[in-house]
Structures are given as C-alpha cells and as structure tokens.
Design a protein around this ligand. Structure first.
Ligand code: SF4
Ligand code: F3S
Length: 103
C-alpha cells in the first residue's frame, strides 16, 4: 500500500501534468508518487481504473507509462484541487495505491 507519510519520507522530485512527483524517480521502472492532496503511488497502481470511473468530481486522467513493470497506464490526479474528500477512490482501489489527506 502507499505510504501515507510520503511527504515526510520522500523527496519532492519535480512536477508532471501540474502535480507534484515524490521520488525516487528512475524511469521506466520507478515513477514515484504523483500528487499531494490526492496521491497515487505509480509503482503500485496497476491501472484498474475504478478510481477514475467512480470519482464524483473527475479528479483523475489516464497517462501512458510505457515499460513500467506493473502497468503501462496510470492515473494522474490532475484535478486534485477539486477533491471533496469522499474517500471512494481510497476504498475502491484493489491495491491501495491512493492516499487522500482529508485532515
Ligand atoms: Fe475523487 Fe473522492 Fe478520491 Fe477525492 S476522495 S479523488 S473526490 S474519489
Ligand atoms: Fe490505479 Fe487503483 Fe486507480 S490500481 S487506476 S489507482 S483504482
């Protein structure tokens, strides 16, 4: 599962598609955690899609991640500022790849 303390345990490595990326980032194998309020561990996400299909405010968009060992697509929390903290995505992800900081 994603480390919910990633913002303390990881270094901010940059930004992609308007969201922060928390390292280590060593493409194509290691892609880090994407987002801060809504965070997706790209090295755990297996492109199930339930988060994207069910988020009531369309926070997520697909991005291609060719040659990543787990899956060749991931979800970017592009609209994380729209999140209403419903926690649906956190509960529905089969591999617990998402953390939402509702505090
Ligand atoms: Fe969307 Fe709810 Fe997840 Fe926020 S917590 S990203 S509103 S599904
Ligand atoms: Fe990935 Fe989990 Fe969504 S596997 S696509 S973060 S439901």
């Amino acid at each position: 599962a994603i480390d919910s303390n990633f913002d303390q345990n990881r270094e901010r490595a940059g930004e992609e598609n308007g969201v922060a990326v928390w390292g280590p980032v060593e493409p194509p194998e290691k892609l880090g955690i994407h987002g801060t309020h809504v965070a997706v561990d790209y090295d755990i996400c297996l492109a199930d899609g339930a988060c994207l299909e069910n988020c009531p405010v369309d926070v997520f968009t697909w991005v291609d991640t060719p040659d990543h060992p787990v899956s060749e697509q991931k979800v970017e929390p592009t609209n994380e500022d729209q999140c209403i903290d419903c926690m649906l995505c956190v509960d529905i992800c089969p591999v617990e790849a998402i953390d939402v900081d509702a505090s």
